[in-house]
Design a protein around this ligand. Structure first.
Ligand code: ATP
Length: 510
């Protein structure tokens, strides 16, 4: 059967489009003209509703006086010259104010945010799709809302949270595949912020969160810890189970600490802290020293020789603060013998069925800041590397109550001796560091994206095979440094033990 041609009015859409445009323009103009009227009538309606609600809520015995008062006001207004006109203007003004357009409550993403989500979706297509997939979750020109189940933006329109669904065939168990997605999301969502990525392999979902900076307001103070516990710094509240009360500025609150346990039962009895120059490793060692002195003795060897531990020299419990090679060698040799002595004494006591002798119980700490500098000096002088003398304290320190803490910089990390590398299972990285640098120290990549600008004392900690924790070391500056603020100087001075006469335990010969 031959098809009948469509009626002309249906076959051509141009007149329809034109008439729609005319209608839309007419509606817009009418809305402009009638806008004040609409506003006032909306306001009048709202005022009437409010009056009605008030009337309904007022008790019956108060309604009579209220009516009387209203009638009196109306009478007065009616009698004064221009009263009704003024009353009308006032009511219209109030209605206009009440009925004005409310600020728009944001219920979804705006255009820029929609564009950002779509761009992110498009960028993920090559990673989350394969040509064989008959019903791809990601395809060019596809809908982002099928893939992004949750999102949040900050006031600047930058993503702060994104939940991404991905196809089950994506190789989310491969570190490289994950890293590619994380780098892409990081780059597209704005660099310079710290991102946390949580992969739910069972649910095929990835949640990206932007983390706020850890507070830098906590300074050196007495932390509430048990014997054998040292606060390395503070971290995210959801990363650890415990909090300790702290004073930050003028206020006190509970903060989540990164606590390092040392002693005979510790699985990570020695620590290595690494950072760029100025990242805050010396400050970390100073903070540890102030905590250690409450319960133990301390030997400090400072390779850089800048006197940053001078405030500790001669204090009760500080057996030595050495900057030169000769003093460092003598001190570490004594520490090595002392570790052996403690081991032998404890063994003898155990074999005789006695408790460990008192003189083996007091914890001894060896803090070694930049041993690589001393290694260079020793090589030039034909003497042994001081790190060599750390071998016994590192290997047997746990049983003998001897703890070693080493701080080193990234560029001289290769100069660390094998025992230092293998026996320091508590690790800290401070300051700006690449993913690779953090991984080289902690053994695993960081769980957040390191940012290029970090304040001193900010970084990551990992105790043994535990999780990587973000870390902010308490401000513990050198009180003799002119740049130190008075509050911080006083905080450190308050923690220093009293001065003592020269200690004779460590031989002084070079
Ligand atoms: N946790 C911190 N809080 C506040 N300021 C800090 C912190 N750590 C370090 N700083 C400040 O940063 C500067 C460098 O710190 P520090 O001397 O500890 O760094 P470093 O890594 O030992 O560097 P270098 O080896 O070059 O001395 C100092 O002014 C110090 O006060």
């Amino acid at each position: 059967m031959a098809r009948r041609p469509l009626p002309r009015i249906l076959s051509s859409s141009a007149p329809i489009v034109r008439s729609r445009e005319i209608a839309r323009t007419a509606t817009d103009s009418a809305a402009d003209v009638l806008h004040p009227l609409i506003t006032i009538s909306r306001g009048l309606r709202l005022i009437a509703a409010a009056l009605h609600a008030r009337w309904a809520a007022s008790p019956k015995e108060r309604r009579g006086p209220a009516l009387f008062l209203t009638a009196a006001v109306i009478l007065v207004v009616a009698l004064i010259p221009y009263g009704p006109l003024l009353a009308l203007i006032t009511v219209m003004g109030a209605a206009g104010w009440k009925g004005r357009a409310r600020p728009v409550v944001k219920t979804g993403p705006d255009e820029a945010e929609l564009a950002r989500l779509q761009a992110l979706y498009e960028a993920l297509v090559p990673y989350f799709s394969v040509p064989e997939d008959p019903d791809p979750l990601y395809s060019h020109g596809g809908e982002w809302d099928t893939a992004f189940s949750e999102f949040a933006f900050d006031d600047d329109g930058r993503l702060t949270r994104l939940q991404v669904r991905y196809p089950a065939y994506f190789t989310d168990s491969e570190a490289d595949a994950r890293a590619r997605i994380e780098q892409l999301l990081h780059a597209k969502s704005g660099r310079g912020r710290e991102y946390h990525f949580a992969w739910d392999e069972e649910g095929n979902q990835l949640v990206m969160n932007v983390l706020g900076a850890l507070p830098t307001t906590i300074a050196a103070q007495r932390f509430v810890t048990s014997p054998g516990e040292t606060v390395l710094g503070f971290t995210d509240a959801d990363a650890v189970q415990r909090t300790v009360p702290v004073i930050a500025g003028e206020e006190s609150h509970d903060a989540p600490p990164v606590i390092w346990r040392t002693g005979p039962r510790s699985t990570e009895p020695h620590l290595l802290a690494v950072g760029q120059p100025g990242a805050g490793t010396t400050t970390l060692l100073r903070s540890i020293a102030l905590q250690v002195l409450q319960q133990g003795d301390l030997l400090i060897v400072e390779g850089s020789g800048t006197g940053e531990y001078a405030c500790l020299a001669g204090r009760s419990g500080v057996l030595a603060v050495e900057c030169g090679l000769a003093g460092a060698l003598a001190t570490l040799e004594w520490a090595s013998h002392e570790t052996e002595r403690r081991l032998i004494a404890a063994n003898r006591a155990r074999q005789a069925g006695h408790p460990a002798p008192e003189d083996t119980k007091r914890p001894l700490w060896i803090l070694l800041d930049r041993p690589s500098a001393l290694a260079d000096l020793a090589a030039a002088d034909g003497r042994i590397d001081p790190q060599h003398l750390l071998q016994i304290p590192l290997r047997h320190g746990r049983a003998a109550g001897v703890t070693v803490v080493v701080a080193e910089q990234f560029d001289t990390l290769d100069d660390l001796s094998e025992p230092v590398r293998s026996q320091t299972r508590a690790r800290v990285v401070l300051g700006p560091a690449s993913l690779g640098q953090v991984e080289s120290v902690l053994g695993v990549p960081p769980h957040t994206t390191p940012t290029p600008d970090v304040p001193p004392g900010r970084g990551y900690a990992r105790l043994g095979t535990g999780p990587v924790l973000r870390l902010q070391v308490p401000a513990t500056p050198d009180p003799y440094d002119d740049a130190t603020t008075e509050a911080h100087r006083q905080a450190v001075l308050d923690l220093l033990p009293a001065r003592e006469a020269a200690v004779e335990a460590v031989p002084a010969e070079g």
